[in-house]
Design a protein around this ligand. Structure first.
Ligand SMILES: Nc1ncnc2c1ncn2[C@@H]1O[C@H](COP(=O)(O)OP(=O)(O)OP(=O)(O)O)[C@@H](O)[C@H]1O
Ligand SMILES: O=C(O)C(=O)C[C@H](O)[C@H](O)CO
Length: 323
């Protein structure tokens, strides 16, 4: 099976669940505190590993203890960490993730070592065995990390390897110009419904018109919309109790990439993405909390009992567990 190569942030998320936001200068006492591995592309890499896929991560952490833990956690989950460098001066990014009573996340971050990933770190052999390349939208925020992302996308495009870009909630307007610059090299773009307007596109079809083969519009509890030049297909959301929305988009990307690498159709890939997204909002955080194949199968079985996707998931499980 071809592997996925991912470029983006490697973070430690400090998740604080608060009952309500305080006024500026006030204090919110959290109901709980969880510290765990995070970073959008890292979460997607772990999600892919949880699906039994091979994932190679390109990124940068600090020369600090949290960087050691992040690398060990990723390697322990089965992600190839050989293309991750250490910054001698900047810290591993730590995100304060404030989760409100409705489960919505708001983040505070210093980008530290992530932003210092340089194009010199991207050698052509990073694409050895690659079937897909995935970029996190956070990697388009600043150079030199953005230049590294551009170099990787250019190499992949030249080699005929499809490139996907996930645009996380909150940064769309900031990276709108960069998305247009990267567009000729992109195969698939995932973005939130509200981001389409914020980026000045008005409709998902206008993004497709840039030459992008598939646009996946993330719609929270409503699921997602797959838009190609030929059709728009709605994939409904699965019913779950929302605990924390952190990483839902990252999990969705993992499902889509895994299914595509496994040769499933585009709408089935989105269905698996929506399943992993729904499972993720039902738990605290992302990182090592990314759903497994068995969890995806169990949730999908409650909404559909037959079909190629379920068969494929069962075959995957059989292959990885000998069941
Ligand atoms: N409340 C929910 N119920 C069911 N499915 C959900 C829910 N929230 C998200 N999902 C699934 O996960 C996908 C991605 O979630 P969402 O739309 O919140 O993306 P996002 O804003 O990019 O997330 P993030 O940036 O926090 O990772 C949705 O398209 C949907 O399929
Ligand atoms: O990728 C980044 O830089 C993020 O801010 C993502 C968060 O760390 C978090 O894990 C949610 O995706």
């Amino acid at each position: 099976m071809p592997i996925a190569v991912l470029l983006g942030d490697i973070n430690v998320d400090l998740l604080l669940a608060i009952p309500a936001y305080p006024p500026e200068g006030g204090e919110a006492i959290a109901n709980s505190q969880v510290q765990q591995l995070g970073g959008s592309a890292t979460n997607t890499a772990i999600g892919l590993a949880r699906m039994g896929m091979a994932a190679r991560m390109i990124g940068r952490v600090g020369s600090d203890a949290v960087g050691d833990t992040a690398l060990a956690d990723m390697a322990g989950a089965g992600v190839d960490t050989n293309w991750i460098s250490r910054d001698p001066a900047e810290p591993t990014q730590t995100n304060i993730v404030v989760v409100s009573a409705s489960g919505e996340r708001t983040m505070f971050a210093y980008r530290g070592a992530n932003a210092r990933l340089a194009p010199g770190q991207i050698e052509p052999d990073v694409l050895e065995g690659a079937g897909m390349v995935h970029l996190s939208g956070y990697s388009l925020l600043q150079s030199p990390q953005r230049d590294a992302a551009f170099k990787l996308a250019s190499l992949a495009y030249a080699a005929g390897i499809p490139v996907s870009l996930d645009i996380p909630a909150g940064v769309a307007a900031e990276i709108a110009q960069q998305v247009r610059r990267f567009a000729p090299m992109l195969d698939t773009v995932l973005l939130g419904e509200a981001d389409i307007d914020q980026m000045g596109f008005a409709t998902a079809n206008n993004i497709v018109a840039l030459g992008i083969r598939a646009v996946v519009v993330k719609r929270g509890a409503a699921g997602c919309l797959l838009v190609t030049a030929a059709a728009a297909t709605s994939i409904p959301g699965l019913a779950v109790t929302v605990v924390d929305t952190t990483g839902a988009g990252d999990a969705m990307a993992a499902g889509i990439i895994a299914a595509r690498l496994a040769g499933l159709a585009e709408d089935e890939a989105c269905q698996l993405g929506a399943t992993l997204g729904a499972l993720t909002v039902g738990r605290v955080g992302a990182g090592l909390a990314m759903p497994t194949l068995r969890e995806a199968e169990a949730l999908l079985t409650t909404s559909m009992t037959t079909g190629r996707l379920i068969d494929a998931l069962r075959a995957w499980i059989g292959k990885h567990t000998g069941r």
